[in-house]
Design a protein around this ligand. Structure first.
Ligand code: PRX
Length: 647
């Protein structure tokens, strides 16, 4: 059995959920009276502009509706309602790549968001329901833009700045965006890095719905300008009034779209709703990070991912805390940067991905000791499994064996945390997500709903709807049903399947064992194998391709491609570089392959399905235990194995 780390009693006594008894009291209330449980929190946490009439409407399952007909506005929830008590408190602390910092109070945030909302409304006619694409760096204007959209009821879709023009164009077109908000560029490791040119490329290839591009100045580099289409935020913003009344939104109005990879080549536009999302963002912020007065919270994600949405912007601001936004990377100018920031800004909670922890450990094992990290109370991880050695370093060296570590398991689709320790309550087993949060009915089951026996891998399902769940895939309700409610049933009814496998131990602790579908987790980012394969197939020399995840010391998993060429004589290192260039163009640098092997064929069943499990085993150097008799040509397995071993 693994070691257990108990909550620090000093800290636990004032925690939001101070014991496992308190946890079970909440969870049992949810089990006994699900609607009552959620009603209590919705009434306490949300500033309703008009009351809702039903907590949960299951009549059109799996298109669940929460807090039906209620009215609220997320920018009110995150800003206006705090102004009486927190106008002078920092809402955002921004630190730039070069160390420049800006403190933005709730009062200032209000002014800037109102101005931005007026700019979008008055100059570009943005209104409720319009889609606004953000291709933005990590600068405060990105936060203003998100909140301005919610103020007007426009639906934002943020595209991570590492995606290519092709990927950006696809997302703009799928959402039929009216406007794109971007910046000239950003600073990264002291140098300018450009974004606006990517938007220009995307729009030269398509995206005809876009009427305007709003450009924020950040690195002041020279950029191309399309007269009539491009507009300068910096020149226009001062003329805007700082009063823009917020739009009363229905609980179920879409709040934002966020595209994520699935098992087909086309990314899915995950659609979140207004009330349910903001309620759970706020609740998890308060519970899992055990927020207290004067806390300064730093989540190192990028706003282009769900972690950035929920735990840089919406969760912290709805909860009225101070959130840190960082433009740069934690290893520049050296591997002590992150710890220096923790010291300089008096950070109390630090939330990052295991990839970053592994990197900071490898590149600067003793760096944390050089800084005063004594204000830290809670350390978090997200996005991928954390290995016990990285966990221990995080706990002992960064947290000085005093901080709770919350290994938070969740997804783009879940909106907020699903399974996580609670810092004042949960006895922690390293590298284990532990228990479902109160209100979340997480079960490890077989396809027919029978519970998976202790110690065996089963399907990680959430068997009751929850407020912050995905509502739809933008424009594709059939895919929504099939992707999430097509695999597992409980009591004969389809239930939400996460796509992950999981295992429960004899004490009821849940460990996530990884994706069961063809999705690779690179540095905590989700990459669909089909998406990468579709990009590679665009290279003329390639006849067939299969990509799989390969364990990687820092990134968790890297991408490995098996390539079958039209003409085997074309095989060369130059071709590998050229194929990575195609991936960069089609998706972005985040999807580059770490390694490739030229093979005569890939193992396929007689019906033509690629046997990826075998390819995964080969790349890990594992013995092939799978049945190869169903393959079209079983001998190919040994040929590929020999090629990969040699490479
Ligand atoms: O496989 C799980 C893994 O990340 C996937 C979700 O990816 P994405 O939607 O990009 O969201 C990442 C940030 C929430 C999951 O299906 N994952 C997430 N958190 C953990 C995890 N795997 C293990 N442990 C975690 N704590």
């Amino acid at each position: 059995m693994s070691e257990i780390y108990y909550p620090n009693p000093e800290f636990a006594k004032d925690a939001a959920i101070p014991s496992m008894d308190a946890y079970w009291e909440l969870q049992n209330k949810a089990i006994e009276d699900y609607d009552g449980f959620w009603k209590g929190f919705a009434d306490e946490k949300i500033e309703w502009l008009a009351p809702y009439d039903k907590v949960l409407d299951e009549s059109d399952a799996p298109f669940y509706k929460w807090f039906t007909n209620g009215k609220l506005n997320v920018s009110n929830q995150c800003i206006d309602r705090h102004l009486d008590t927190k106008a002078d408190q920092n809402a955002i602390i921004f630190e730039g790549d070069k160390g420049d910092a800006e403190h933005i109070t709730y009062g200032q945030l209000s002014t800037r968001v109102n101005k931005m909302a007026n700019l979008l409304k008055n100059e570009f006619g943005v209104k409720k329901g319009d889609r606004v694409v953000l291709y933005m760096p990590m600068i405060p204007e990105a936060a203003y833009a998100m909140l301005a959209c919610t103020r007007l009821g426009a639906i934002h879709s943020i595209v991570f700045g590492g995606f290519s023009s092709e990927a950006l164009k696809d997302r703009i077109e799928d959402a039929e965006a009216k406007i794109v908000i971007t910046a000239d560029g950003v600073f990264r490791k002291g140098k300018p890095y450009m974004l606006k040119n990517v938007v220009d490329d995307a729009l030269s290839q398509g995206g005809k719905s876009v009427e305007a591009v709003l450009v924020v100045k950040r690195n002041n580099e020279e950029i191309a300008w399309v007269e009539g289409r491009d507009h300068s935020y910096n020149e226009m913003i001062n003329a805007q009034s700082d009063i823009c009344p917020f739009e009363p939104m229905d609980s179920e109005d879409p709040l934002f779209l966020l595209y994520t990879s699935g098992s087909t080549g086309k990314p899915k536009g995950v659609q979140h709703s207004t009330a349910g999302y903001i309620l759970w963002a706020q609740m998890t912020m308060e519970w899992v990070f055990d927020l207290r007065k004067d806390d300064v919270f730093w989540c190192t994600a990028d706003i282009g991912w769900i972690t950035g949405h929920t735990y840089i912007i919406y969760g912290p601001l709805a909860a009225g805390t101070t959130t840190v936004m960082f433009e740069g990377v934690p290893t520049y100018p050296d591997a002590g940067r992150a710890w220096k920031m923790v010291q300089d800004h008096n950070i109390t909670q630090f939330y990052t991905a295991p990839t970053a922890i592994r990197l900071l450990n490898k590149t600067g094992e003793d760096e944390p000791k050089k800084y005063d990290l004594s204000k830290l109370r809670v350390l978090g991880t997200v996005g991928e499994p954390i290995d016990p050695p990285a966990w221990k370093w995080y706990y002992e060296v960064v947290g000085n064996s005093k901080c709770a570590i919350v290994d938070t398991y969740w997804q783009t689709e879940t909106g907020g945390h699903m399974i996580s320790p609670l810092p004042g309550a949960t006895p922690i087993k390293p590298a284990c997500a532990t228990f479902a949060l109160p209100g979340i009915m997480a079960e490890i089951i077989e396809e027919d709903g029978t519970p998976t026996p202790v110690g065996e891998k089963g399907f990680m399902c959430i068997t009751r709807p929850w407020p912050s769940m995905i509502r739809n895939i933008w424009g594709d309700p059939e895919r929504f049903k099939k992707a999430y409610f097509g695999d597992c049933k409980k009591d004969g009814k389809p239930v939400y399947f996460t796509g992950d496998g999981a295992m429960m131990d004899e004490d009821g602790y849940i460990t996530i064992t990884g994706r069961t579908d063809d999705v690779i987790n690179v540095s905590g980012h989700r990459m669909g194998t089909a998406e990468v394969e579709a990009a590679i197939k665009k290279h003329d020399a390639v006849a067939a391709v299969a990509v799989v995840g390969k364990p990687h010391d820092i990134k968790g998993e890297g991408i490995f491609a098996y390539l079958v060429l039209k003409n085997p004589d074309d095989a060369s290192d130059e071709l590998k570089v050229a194929i990575n260039q195609v991936i960069k163009k089609e998706i972005g640098a985040i999807a580059l392959c770490d390694a490739m092997a030229f093979v005569p064929d890939v193992p396929k069943t007689r019906s033509g399905k690629i046997m990826r499990r075998i390819l995964r085993s080969i790349v890990k150097g594992e013995e092939i235990t799978q049945d190869t008799s169903t393959l079209e040509d079983p001998s190919i397995v040994w040929i590929i194995e020999a090629i990969v071993k040699e490479a």
